[in-house]
Design a protein around this ligand. Structure first.
Ligand code: HEM
Length: 460
């Protein structure tokens, strides 16, 4: 194809072809270190980074995230403006394009506005009540078998154990792939390789580089899902891929294989590490706060069931509050990114077109204007009589908001509750003596040493 005809057939909006803006000297702030910008602070103490900025510069400040210049937008008012975006000033696609498109193509976070709205319908059946109910039935026995083979010796690390368990379960619920199916081990490995590659700095598809291993993983994953599409479309499976294969467009046609593969592979990414991270933080807080661990165990015992059913999920209100509280203190997505499409104004500052804008949900989730003793673990703040999350529509934002609000937030809560219910019934757990926790926040928030726990089986 000639250059001219290639350009004519390129229907991308003009703003997606523009480079990022770096002319930000007129905005007060600090870039951070040469090349790495504020990455060290982001990795080790997100809240302190944000709080220092907030006190010195207010809601908007100039910053470098790695080599990338942009602005930091802090607090719930900025979140409301950026995420609701009534004037269509901010592109989600251009916020995530560099990080996500090479691995997940036209996924939901790499689409804007009408195109995004249209594509999001591919997931509508996957998250309706009948589907959610069927996932509960699939997940409960897998969770039980998974935790029953864990060995709780000195080398036990909750993070690795739960990550592997959730990955196997996710392959089944998302794609209908069983552990003994051909290629299932390679599928799990492919996904791990893609995640590793996303962290790599050198992006060259050359043998020996992490990026190459990740791209091989991506090729395997895409090929695997593509081959499953006709099988899932012809079958009566209740997994998410089966639902997506049967979803139709307004003209009655199916979504293309390419579209399905982009969305299905992205789902694994969006769901897996985030829920792993949440469960780690929740387990840490419950190991530390034994009173809450017992409260949740008592609440679960009152259900008189080994497994929670879908209908029971609304009864475990204390577990729900603890899940939210762990999310509030340590949200699983550290940075939300947008890029301005045209010149606009934020908190009185002129933001040029094509400027990267970074938000840190953890700061908003812990602002003392909305939360009492904001750094303490206190799930009762979510009880109806206190309802601190209602202080501002965007003061609690672990799942984002607006058009791109997490489509899997109820799934994540459900999966976490099913896991916690079973684990609390079987085991008691605490932190090792003299344990000192160290958190890290990028690329994914987690506890640095993988969370060693002392776990004992409960007497029947
Ligand atoms: C605790 C776990 C989770 C957290 C904290 C979380 C957080 C988020 C956040 C903050 C966003 C919005 C990003 C933005 O606007 O920039 C998002 C989007 C998304 N999440 Fe989640 N997520 C979680 C679990 C899940 C799960 C389990 C699934 C699927 C089953 C999922 C699927 C998605 C998808 C598809 C999007 C893109 C939505 C769109 O662009 O329309 N997430 N998530």
């Amino acid at each position: 194809m000639s250059n001219a005809s290639a350009a004519a057939s390129d229907h991308r909006p003009d703003y997606t072809r523009q480079p990022n803006n770096s002319k930000l000297k007129h905005i007060p702030g600090k870039n951070g270190w040469p090349i790495i910008g504020v990455l060290p602070e982001l990795r080790n103490d997100v809240f302190k980074l944000a709080e220092t900025r907030w006190k010195e510069f207010g809601p908007i400040s100039r910053v470098h995230f790695g080599p990338q210049p942009g602005v930091l937008a802090l607090g719930p008012d900025m979140a409301q403006t950026l995420l609701l975006d009534g004037d269509r000033n901010f592109s989600t696609r251009m916020g995530y394009d560099y990080a996500l498109r090479p691995f997940y193509g036209d996924n939901l976070l790499c689409l804007d506005f009408d195109e995004h709205k249209f594509q999001r319908r591919i997931m509508q059946t996957s998250f309706k009540t009948p589907s959610m109910r069927s996932y509960v039935e699939i997940m409960n026995p897998i969770l039980e078998r998974g935790m029953d083979v864990w060995v709780f010796d000195d080398s036990f690390r909750f993070y690795e154990s739960v990550k592997n368990l959730l990955l196997r379960m996710t392959c089944k619920v998302f794609y209908g792939v069983e552990e003994h199916d051909e290629g299932s081990d390679e599928l799990a490995q492919a996904f791990v390789d893609i995640l590793d590659a996303q962290e790599g700095i050198i992006r060259l598809d050359l043998p020996g580089l992490k990026y190459h291993t990740g791209k091989n993983g991506q090729r395997f994953l895409r090929d695997y899902i593509t081959k499953l599409i006709p099988i899932r479309r012809a079958g009566d499976g209740q997994d998410m891929l089966s639902h997506m294969c049967k979803e139709t467009k307004p003209d009655g046609s199916y979504f293309s294989d390419e579209e399905i593969v982009d969305h299905a592979s992205f789902l694994l990414f969006a769901a897996h590490d985030t829920t792993t991270s949440t469960l780690n933080h929740l387990m840490y807080y419950l190991a530390k706060h034994q009173d809450w661990q017992q409260r949740l165990r008592d609440e679960g015992a009152a259900q008189h069931k080994d497994y929670l059913d879908y209908e029971d999920l609304g009864n475990v209100v204390e577990l729900d509050a603890a899940f939210n509280e762990a999310q509030r203190l340590n949200p699983s997505v550290t940075v939300l990114v947008r890029r301005s499409i045209r010149e606009c104004e934020l908190a009185g500052h002129r933001i040029p077109a094509n400027t990267m804008i970074f938000q840190l949900p953890m700061f908003t989730n812990r602002m003392s204007d909305y939360w009492t003793n904001p750094h303490s673990f206190d799930p009762e703040r979510f009880f109806p009589e206190r309802a601190e999350q209602k202080g501002h529509p965007f003061c609690f934002m672990p799942f984002g908001g607006g058009a791109h609000k997490c489509i899997g937030m109820h799934f994540a809560a459900m999966q976490s509750k099913l896991f916690m219910h079973q684990f609390l019934r079987k085991y008691e757990f605490r932190l090792p003596d003299d344990y000192k926790v160290a958190f890290t926040y990028i690329p994914m928030p987690k506890i640095k040493d993988g969370l060693p726990l002392v776990v004992e089986k409960r007497r029947a």
